[in-house]
Design a protein around this ligand. Sequence first.
Ligand code: F0G
Length: 528
Amino acid sequence: MDDIDLAESHLLGWLSTVGLDAHYVRAEGDYLYRLDEQGREIPVVDFAGGYGSLMLGHNHPEIVALAQEMLAAGAPVHAQFSRHPYATELAARLSAIVSRETGEDETYNAVFANSGAEAVEIAVKHAELDRALKAAELQAEIAEHIETARAAVAAGTAAIPVEAACAAGPDAAALAADGIDALAARITEVNAARAACEPLLFALEGGFHGKLMGSVQLTHNAAYRIPFAALGTPARFVAREELPTLPKIFEEERVDLLDLDVTGNEISVVTRRLPLLCAFVLEPVQGEGGIQLLDAESAAQIQSACAAAGVPVIVDEVQSGMGRTGTFLAGTGIGLRGDYYALAKSLGGGLAKAAVMLARSSRYRPQFELVHSSTFAKDYFSTTIGLKVLDLLEADDGAAYRKAAERGEHLLAMLRSVQRDFPDVVGDVRGRGLMLGLEFQDQSGSEIEELRQHAEGATLGYALAGKLLRTHRVRTFPTASSPNTLRFEPSIHIGDDEIAQLESGLRDVCALLRVQDGAGLLEITPAA
Ligand code: F0G
């Protein structure tokens, strides 16, 4: 029995083929440690940073001390359905930081969660509740108007001109002649059919929002999404090039309900737009999609089209947020103003599993709290750690954000110098702050069969990451949806020496790629 690995051993087996199946026994700062055959620790510099969860590094001493104190003091980790002053404080502080950055005089209500995908799904669920309630409010208003018209006809103070009934159907004359009851029945029938339309979700092409049943519908990568397409509302993906025409895209999806207007002694049939567009979901910097920055012009196009059509904007800052790009929200610098925000990853300080959905208070529907819950979310442990993370980020007037920007500049300059020296091998370097990517040129035309196979199987980045780990003791990963791109998301404490170590590793990989030394790149020897 001991030999059987029942915990995703298929994946581990695959990792071993590229030499990424290391077993780490300890973590500290920007280092993970594994043991050599003599049991001595081998340090590995970690640029993968827990997929962006380690803004403050592994096992930050103050966060560890706080966790230890909480546990030693018998913290009430689970006290569901009771007062949660720590969560209240965390919500207030998150709201204040978001308002400060966006410059908007509005608060944000928080619903806590345990993972990024969950926070995204909560935002979508809330947006859908809000949309459905608005649709129901509109239908109730129409029902009231119908009654007003009926009363006016009964009292003989208003009549239905034939042309007014035109909007209700081709048989307008007959309808008008049949009187208000027939017209009202027709409107109710037409509206019921139209209101049954599926809500529409929009997402930016290339985005990643999670892999649960709902969030995977918003994740663009077809390999993740298509097998489960039947399980959720499909998203309409909008390409960046399409953004200038977003108002038209929204208009094409327009569905109107019919309403009755009584003005003076005339009744007319008017149309009212059904709120059918549930939300537009996007990342300000696409992480898993290959470190793709959204520009201010695109952000403005999304913002204005959504505002005009009444579509809420859900900004997924799960990876880009918590200060990683030099501001608390990556969207701040490009003028993005979300109606909803999803935060996770570094909110848990590298120790807790924590996430949160923030909703603009003017949109917030308190009844959401009665239809959504989670056993683990909002617990004492994770929210108290979240507060400590904010303390550490906000200390010294936001020194941590400045550090993220400064360290990011240094790392970016190094990546650019590698690109300059190996333009034949490195296609692009991009990103902001500590969310950076280096994209290798396509190797599908390589003479080396193994390299070609990796390029064709979308595993080249993993193979190169394996080489960096084996030979240079540097840990990095590609972005799965852009498999030639390695991403670098270390903590704000990443040192010059560690960046230099990455540089020599990257230069070695680039030199081997340049001369197409397949054996040098891919030969898997036991880890040094
Ligand atoms: N949204 C974004 C922008 C993400 O980057 C991720 C996860 C999620 C949502 C889902 O979060 O895993 O906590 O449920 N990104 C990881 C990555 C998996 O590879 O970048 P989760």
